[in-house]
Design a protein around this ligand. Structure first.
Ligand SMILES: *Cc1c(COP(=O)(O)O)cnc(C)c1O
Length: 356
């Protein structure tokens, strides 16, 4: 892929934000990647241009019927100064699965990843080097055709934007309080819960706002049909350690197949821990907790890596987990995954792609 480049003059580059106060999704870099798609012509005009507004027709399909998908991954700068991506081809593959589900065009996984790497190379001064910080990469695809009708659009825009982000646990590993909702659901089997599509997040806002008002950090979603089986926590996959067995809901069609989830399963198995991917009901969790067999719970996702769950609030009762403290397995997984991401540990599974 021949990428056209229109780069800003040195004197127009933005000042870098304070690396100790980056937050998440606030600061954007100097440039972005764009590529267009038209039915019959395919992908064309890959380009890196100054970060700025899009020109969108008010009738663009994405604004009315929500054909929009995205990905999220990070570039990590190690102590050796090198920049690493963690399993980035998995993000490309998942983007294509999301695109398929939303009737959007497929991207070429390898050349698109190479374009992302080129953008990160151009913006390498934006990859922070303090431990725990990283450059968040947000590829997304939207339907741009001006047409008010319900059918797949014929024109699309693929873009990648970047933002330096702070350490998730700047103040240490803090277990979160979770609200289990029986009133709202995130996704039903046969729906679009498996796809990283914009509408899923709009649909989740009401429940998380209600939970926040009550003093909780996140929502635990139950299945749509019976409101009994655990699905995900916020925008993370969920794990439970029960009698030394690591249990996570099976990918049933309504759960987002997380890359961190897959990495956790891989690592736990490699350490000789038994892992079960199966339906797990909230009743089972309550029962195991009451009988003292529930040892740990944590969420997994790119943003936080591992997020320990301190308690679950369900129908008026609080289930406390590991006395509200971070468990040893959550800590071990967090340390191992971040060590691989920052190049402090050997990449024995071939999960790292470096940016030279
Ligand atoms: C992105 C996402 C996850 C986590 O996926 P990772 O690949 O591990 O970052 C989990 N659940 C939802 C709903 C998500 O959007």
């Amino acid at each position: 892929m021949e990428i056209e480049k229109e780069l800003k003059a040195e004197s127009d580059l933005k000042p870098l934000p304070d690396p100790s106060n980056l937050g998440f999704g606030i600061h954007f870099t100097d440039h972005m990647f764009l590529m267009d798609y038209i039915d019959g012509q395919g992908w064309h005009k890959p380009r890196i241009v100054p970060y700025g507004d899009f020109n969108l027709d008010p009738a663009a399909v994405v604004l009315h019927y929500g054909q929009a998908i995205f990905e999220g991954l990070k570039a990590y700068r190690g102590n050796d100064g090198r920049i690493r991506l963690f399993r980035p081809m998995e993000n490309m593959k998942r983007m294509n699965r999301s695109a398929w589900r939303m009737c959007m065009p497929q991207i070429d996984e390898r050349t698109t990843l190479d374009a992302i790497k080129e953008l990160v190379r151009v913006e390498s001064r934006w990859v922070p080097d303090q431990h725990g910080t990283s450059l968040y990469i947000r590829p997304f695809l939207i339907a741009t055709e001006a047409f008010l009708g319900v059918r797949p659009a014929r024109e699309y825009l693929f873009s990648v934007i970047l933002c330096p982000v702070g350490a998730y646990y700047a103040e240490g590993f803090n277990p979160v309080k979770i609200f289990v909702t029986e009133k709202f659901v995130r996704a039903a089997k046969g729906g679009v819960g498996e796809a990283k599509t914009a509408g899923n997040y709009a649909a989740s806002l009401m429940a998380s706002e209600e939970a926040k008002k009550l003093g909780f950090t996140q929502v635990l979603w139950l299945d749509a049909a019976e409101r009994r089986y655990v699905e995900e926590v916020g925008t993370m996959n969920i794990f439970f350690l029960i009698e030394d067995v690591l249990v996570t809901p099976a990918l049933s069609g309504s759960i987002l197949p997380g890359i961190t989830r897959d990495s956790v399963i891989h690592l736990a198995k490699s350490w000789g821990i038994k892992v079960e991917e199966r339906p797990i009901s909230i009743d089972e969790i309550i029962e195991k907790s009451k009988s003292g067999l529930l040892q740990e719970s944590f969420g997994s996702g790119t943003a936080a890596v591992i997020s320990p769950v301190g308690s679950l609030y369900y129908m008026g009762d609080t289930i406390e987990i590991n006395q509200g403290k971070t468990g040893p397995l959550a800590k071990r997984l967090f340390n191992e995954i971040t060590a691989i991401q920052y190049g402090d540990k050997e990449d024995e599974f071939g999960w790292i792609e470096t940016i030279e």
